[in-house]
Design a protein around this ligand. Structure first.
Ligand SMILES: NC(=O)c1ccc[n+]([C@@H]2O[C@H](COP(=O)([O-])OP(=O)(O)OC[C@H]3O[C@@H](n4cnc5c(N)ncnc54)[C@H](OP(=O)(O)O)[C@@H]3O)[C@@H](O)[C@H]2O)c1
Length: 252
C-alpha cells in the first residue's frame, strides 16, 4: 500500500529531536546501538566507557557530541563527568558493568558487596549527579536482566543482585520525580559481552536460542535499543521494569 501526499498522513518528527542522550557504556553493545538509534531520532549523544580507543571509534561512527573515558564505579569521575556537561541532559542510559556469576562461598566479602550492590550504587551516583541537569519528563534508564530470576549454583549471587533492581528503580523513581527512572531486563542479547562470556560456545548458544525461544530468533542490541528509545520518549513510563528476552524466561 502506498500513501500519496494528499492521504492526510503527516510524517512524524524524529522522536528525540534536539534532545541530549548520555550513554554510560556507549562504546559497545546495547549502549552503542542505543546511541545509533538516538542519533537517527535526532538526539545529540555523549558516550562514556573505559577503553578510550573503543570509545573514540564509537564516537566517530555516531558523530557523538562528546566522550569521556572513566570507570562508572568511580564516583569522583562520575561527578566530574556530569559537572562538565551542559544542561539539559534529557536522558541517561547506564549499560556499564556486568553480572558476577559463580559459587558464593568462593567469593570474599568485598566481592559479595560489589556483586550485590554495584549496579545500585552506580545507578544512585548517576542519579545524584545527573538529576539537577535533567528536565521534567527526562529519564534515567538502568539495566537488569531476566536470566538472574532463576536460581542455580552457576548463577550464584547474581540472582539476589537481579532481584534488588526492580524495587530499587521503583523507589528511585519516587525520589527523582518528575525525572523518570526505569529498568530494562534483557535475556540473552547478542553483544560483545555475550561473546566474551560464551567464547567458542557462542555459535551453539545462538542456535539453541533460535530453536527454543518463542520468537524463533536471537534478541539483538537493536531490539533493546528500540525499547530504550521508547521508554525515553513515552513520558507515561516510570518506576517500572521492562522485560525483553524473546520469551527466554518462559522456556526451560
Ligand atoms: N548482553 C546480554 O545478554 C545482557 C543480558 C542481560 C543484561 N545485560 C546487561 O546489559 C548491560 C550492557 O550489556 P552489553 O551486552 O551491551 O555489554 P557490552 O557489549 O560489554 O558493552 C558494555 C559497554 O559498557 C562499557 N563499560 C563496561 N563496564 C564499564 C565501567 N565499569 N565503566 C564504564 N563503562 C563500562 C563498555 O566499554 P569498556 O569495556 O571500554 O568500559 C561498553 O561500552 C550490562 O549491564 C549487562 O550486564 C546484558
Amino acid at each position: 500500500m502506498s500513501t500519496s501526499p494528499t492521504s492526510g498522513i503527516t510524517p512524524r518528527e524524529p522522536a528525540l529531536l534536539g534532545q541530549t542522550v548520555v550513554l554510560i557504556g556507549g562504546s559497545a553493545g546495547i549502549g552503542l546501538e542505543t546511541a545509533r538509534l538516538a542519533r537517527a531520532e535526532g538526539a545529540e549523544v555523549v558516550l562514556a566507557g573505559r577503553d578510550p580507543e573503543r570509545l573514540e571509534r564509537a564516537a566517530r561512527e555516531v558523530e557523538a557530541r562528546g566522550t569521556a573515558a572513566f570507570d562508572a564505579s568511580d564516583a569522583v569521575a562520575l561527578e566530574r563527568f556530569f559537572g562538565g556537561l551542559a544542561d539539559p541532559i534529557d536522558h541517561v542510559l547506564v549499560t556499564a558493568g556486568g553480572p558476577a556469576y559463580g559459587p558464593m562461598l568462593e567469593m570474599d566479602a568485598d566481592q559479595v558487596r560489589e556483586a550485590l550492590s554495584g549496579h545500585v550504587v552506580v545507578g544512585l551516583e548517576v542519579a545524584r549527579y545527573a538529576a539537577a541537569k535533567m528536565p521534567p519528563g527526562g529519564s534515567l534508564l538502568l539495566m537488569g536482566g531476566t536470566g538472574g530470576r532463576r536460581i542455580s549454583r552457576a548463577l550464584g549471587i547474581a540472582s539476589a543482585a537481579t532481584a534488588a533492581l526492580p524495587p530499587f528503580v521503583a523507589a528511585l523513581a519516587l525520589e527523582l520525580a518528575p525525572v523518570r527512572v526505569n529498568l530494562i531486563a534483557p535475556g540473552f542479547v547478542d553483544t560483545p559481552l555475550s561473546a566474551s562470556l560464551l567464547g567458542d560456545q557462542l555459535g551453539a548458544r545462538r542456535e539453541e536460542l533460535r530453536a527454543t525461544l518463542p520468537i524463533g530468533r536471537v534478541v539483538t542490541p537493536a531490539d533493546v535499543a528500540a525499547l530504550a528509545v521508547h521508554i525515553m520518549t513515552n513520558t507515561a513510563l516510570t518506576g517500572a521494569t521492562y522485560d525483553i528476552d524473546g520469551g527466554q524466561q518462559l522456556v526451560p
